[in-house]
Design a protein. Structure first.
Ligand code: CTP
Length: 395
């Protein structure tokens, strides 16, 4: 449900004319790279249809506590656990009363009651409903419970009256959501990442490659993108979809990868060499398909250029991070690669653990020593690696 974006909001829409403005808010959130899961009350569906929110958020809208699409059928738990925050917009007087009372009688109110993340509420109602003492008591309860109230604004109302009760404009709601997140740390920075295997041609149809899936490199690219960097991902052949918001340069051989990296290197601040680059390539690839014979076939291989060492050795080199996939003696090999390639940081992992898997277990080796990270999905490790790299690069 909540996979594509790093930042995730659960947007709860309740019954009110301002629901149409929340369609615009959904668009703004998605544009700001925040994943939006919309949940609507029955009353909200009387104002705007779920189809509108589904089209804008790119996700099925949830309205039913018993929705069979939720994997373990605990929609209210699932929804709040996967969100960084819940925003109720527009929040009707009735829904505010439910939150104040802890009433849990539909999907949205149950989710709010079961939340473990911040709750933001953007009320929208007639000015008399807003100032009604019962509503004001409820508002005080919400504030006492730590709910963040956004508005309402004063002005002309849908009913024709003028006063306080207008929902805060979508742009301001977006700003309130953005304020929840730490400022991106790589805005204005350029990050180049190599990923995946390379493919060294033996003849037009055969070649030497390896079983790297590219997942770790793609995760590093996504983590850098989410920190606001301009990201160029130089990728060997993989089956992965190109990560949005990154420039992807597809390459095949180690030589292609080197050329692509060199072409994009000017202005690069951080270079992550995550690719499993072939160390050898056929010295003379055949122009035509090799034909079978009963003779022993000997391939002559010549070494490829080490891309990481080349980049790290350049004058004005970016801050370089290498990877070491080892099948044994991880610490010793990783540390010797760090010194030989003259890079400040090497990420060590066991090849048999890492290759193809969605999870990994890595150790960061820098001048200070070894920093093991607990096993986690590759995207989580990529974010931790970026934290460590940013700290080192700044020091
Ligand atoms: N690397 C590179 N260009 C190459 C070979 C490796 O940029 N031609 C980079 C990898 O992307 C990785 C690091 O160097 O960041 C270490 O790669 P690895 O294959 O683990 O080590 P090698 O230096 O190739 O040594 P070995 O294969 O002997 O372990």
């Amino acid at each position: 449900m909540f996979k594509r974006f790093h930042r995730q909001i659960l947007l709860g829409v309740t019954g009110g004319v301002a629901a149409y403005k929340v369609a615009e808010l959904t668009r703004l959130l998605v544009k700001a790279r925040i994943g939006v899961q919309v949940a609507m009350t029955e009353a909200a569906c009387g104002f705007v249809t779920p189809a509108t929110f589904q089209a804008l958020s790119g996700r099925a809208v949830l309205t039913d506590l018993w929705d069979p699409r939720i994997p373990n059928r605990m929609a209210h738990i699932e929804l709040s656990r996967q969100a960084d925050a819940i925003l109720i917009a527009p929040a009707s007087a009735d829904f505010i009363a439910k939150i104040a009372q802890g009433t849990a009688d539909d999907l949205l109110s149950t989710t709010v009651a079961a939340r473990n993340c911040p709750l933001l509420v953007a009320p929208a109602m007639n000015r008399e409903m807003w100032s009604n003492p019962a509503n004001q008591r409820n508002i005080q309860k919400l504030e006492a419970d730590g709910v963040v109230l956004l508005g309402p604004d004063a002005g002309e109302q849908a009913c024709g009256e003028v006063g306080r009760g207008r929902m805060v404009e979508p742009q301001h709601l977006l700003e309130a959501i953005l304020a929840l997140y730490p400022a991106p740390r790589l805005t204005g920075r350029k990050v180049v990442v190599t990923a995946g295997p390379t493919f060294e041609a033996i003849d037009p149809v055969r070649g030497i490659t390896n079983s790297s899936s590219g997942k770790m490199g793609y995760a590093v690219a996504e983590a850098a993108r989410d920190e606001g960097a301009e990201v160029v991902l130089v990728s060997g052949p993989t089956a992965l979809p190109p990560p949005s918001g990154c420039t992807v340069l597809p390459v095949r051989s180690a030589a292609d990868m080197l050329a692509a990296v060199q072409s994009v290197l000017p202005g690069t601040d951080l270079f992550f060499a995550v690719a499993a680059v072939a160390d050898y390539t056929p010295a003379e690839p055949a122009a035509h398909k090799l034909k079978k014979s009963s003779d022993v076939l000997t391939l002559t291989l010549k070494p490829t250029v080490d891309i990481l060492a080349t980049v790290a050795g350049m004058p004005d080199a970016p801050f370089c991070v290498g990877f070491a996939a080892e099948s044994q003696d991880l610490a010793a090999y990783a540390e010797s690669k760090r010194r030989n390639k003259k890079v400040p940081l090497i990420v060590g992992n066991l090849a048999q653990r890492a290759l193809g898997s969605d999870d990994n277990e890595i150790i960061l080796f820098d001048a200070e020593g070894a920093h093991p990270l607990p096993p986690a999905p590759k995207i989580v490790l990529a974010r931790q690696l970026l934290d460590h790299t940013i700290r080192l690069a700044r020091s």
